[in-house]
Design a protein around this ligand. Structure first.
Ligand code: COA
Ligand code: MG
Length: 340
C-alpha cells in the first residue's frame, strides 16, 4: 500500500493552499502554515457524489463528461428489481474493460444493502475481477454486525487488485435505529479497517429512507431533518470520516439546491449527494471555499502566529476577536481549499 507520508502530505497541502490563496495576500505563507492532525491517507474529494443507475447504459456512457468528484455506479435504489443482474454485469464490464475514463473522479459503486439479500451477489460479481472501483458504498447499515458481515465477504471475494491502495468504504445511515447506533457502527468500521481489505472513509446521510422510517414529510427546507443531519455530521467527524449530506430531490430547482448546499457546507459536511448532472457545479462550488475566504484564513493564521510570538492570546483581526477556536476554523478552510 502506498500512502503519502505525513511530511509529504503537508508539503503538498502547502503548495495547493498557496495556489488557492492569492499571492498578494499571503506573505511568507509557506513558512507559517502548520496544519495539525492531517490525515496521512490520500484525501479523495467527494464534494458532489453523483448517482448513475448501473442499469442505464446511456447514462453510464456520459461519465467521462461529468464533472462530479465522485461517480457512484448504482446497484441499489436507482435500479429496478428486474434490472439488478443487468446492472451488476454492466458495472463489471466497465471495470474489466476500463472503457470509461475516470481520471479526476472517484470511481465508485453502491451495492444493495446487507439485509436485501442482494449484496453478496453484487460483491461477487463486481469485486472479483482484476480492476476494482476505488470506493464502495454500503447502504442501510443498521448495526456493527452488518459491517462484520461485509468485511468477511469482502475478504473472501477480493482476490486481486491492481490498485496499491485499499478499497475505501462509505456507509449509509438511513433509519432511526441506524442513527442511534451510529457511533458503535463507525467504531466497528474503523476497527475492521485495520484487519480487512477496506478503509472506512465516510458516512452518507440517506435522508429519504430516514424520512420514511420516522414518518416525516419531506420538505425542501429540510427542517424535519435538522437533528439527524447535525448528529450524522458530529458522529462522522468524531471518527475523522467524511460526512456527505442529503440529496436535494427537486433537481430542477437550482436556487434551492444552492441554499441547501451552502447550508450543509457551513454545517461542516464535506460533500453532498446529487442525482442529476445539472446539480454538480452548484454543489461543488458550495463545497469549495471562496478565494476571499481562503485569503482571510491564510492572513488569520499568519497574524495568529505573529501574535503568539509576542505572547498575545486573543487579538483583533479584520474587526473580529480571534482566539484559538477561530484559528482552528481558519485551518479547516485552508485544508478544505487544499483538497480540491
Ligand atoms: N447520470 C448520468 N446522466 C444523467 C443522469 C445521471 N444521474 N441524470 C440525467 N442524465 C442525463 C440524461 O440521460 C440526459 O441525457 P440525454 O438527453 O443525452 O439522454 C441528460 O442528462 C438530461 O437529463 P434529463 O432529461 O433532464 O433527465 P432524465 O429524465 O433523463 O433523468 C432522473 C432524470 C431523475 C431519472 C435521472 O437524473 C436519474 O436517474 N438520476 C439518478 C437517480 C438515482 O440514482 N436515484 C437513486 C439515488 S438517490
Ligand atoms: Mg437510501
Amino acid at each position: 500500500m502506498s500512502y503519502l507520508k505525513p511530511t509529504q502530505t503537508l508539503l503538498s497541502l502547502n503548495r495547493k493552499v498557496m495556489k488557492a490563496a492569492s499571492s498578494r495576500s499571503v506573505r511568507n505563507f509557506s513558512t507559517t502554515l502548520q496544519l495539525h492532525n492531517v490525515d496521512a491517507r490520500r484525501y479523495i474529494p467527494r464534494r458532489a457524489v453523483l448517482y448513475v443507475p448501473g442499469s442505464d447504459e446511456r447514462k453510464l456512457k456520459k461519465i467521462p463528461s461529468l464533472s462530479a468528484d465522485c461517480i457512484v455506479m448504482d446497484c441499489e435504489d436507482g435500479v429496478a428489481l428486474s434490472k439488478k443482474e443487468a446492472a451488476r454485469s454492466m458495472i463489471r464490464r466497465i471495470l474489466d474493460s476500463q472503457e470509461i475514463d475516470f481520471t479526476g473522479k472517484d470511481c465508485s459503486v453502491r451495492f444493495n444493502s446487507v439485509d436485501s439479500g442482494l449484496c453478496e451477489d453484487d460483491m461477487r460479481e463486481i469485486l472479483s475481477g482484476a480492476h476494482l472501483p476505488s470506493t464502495v458504498h454500503l447502504p442501510k447499515v443498521e448495526s456493527p454486525q452488518h459491517l462484520e458481515w461485509f468485511a468477511e465477504k469482502l475478504k473472501s471475494v477480493v482476490k486481486t487488485s491492481t490498485s496499491s491502495e485499499k478499497l475505501r468504504l462509505i456507509i449509509f445511515t438511513e433509519s432511526a435505529t441506524s442513527l442511534l447506533d451510529l457511533p458503535a457502527i463507525c467504531r466497528r468500521g474503523v476497527e475492521l479497517s485495520k484487519d480487512f481489505p477496506f478503509e472506512l472513509d465516510g458516512v452518507v446521510f440517506g435522508s429519504d429512507d430516514f424520512c420514511a422510517d420516522i414518518g416525516a414529510t419531506r420538505t425542501n427546507e429540510a427542517k424535519e431533518l435538522s437533528f439527524a443531519r447535525q448528529y450524522v455530521l458530529t458522529v462522522a467527524k468524531a471518527f475523522k470520516l467524511q460526512a456527505i449530506d442529503l440529496v436535494y430531490i427537486d433537481y430542477k430547482d437550482l436556487d434551492g439546491l444552492k441554499v441547501q448546499s451552502e447550508e450543509g457546507a457551513g454545517m461542516g459536511f464535506t460533500g453532498k449527494q446529487v442525482i442529476h448532472p445539472g446539480q454538480v457545479s452548484v454543489v461543488q462550488a458550495a463545497f469549495t471555499p471562496r478565494p476571499e475566504k481562503v485569503e482571510w484564513a491564510a492572513g488569520l493564521v499568519q497574524a495568529f502566529e505573529e501574535h503568539q510570538k509576542e505572547g498575545k492570546g486573543a487579538f483583533t483581526y479584520k474587526g473580529h476577536m480571534i482566539d484559538m477556536p477561530l484559528l482552528l476554523q481558519a485551518r479547516n478552510i485552508l485544508q478544505m481549499a487544499s483538497r480540491t
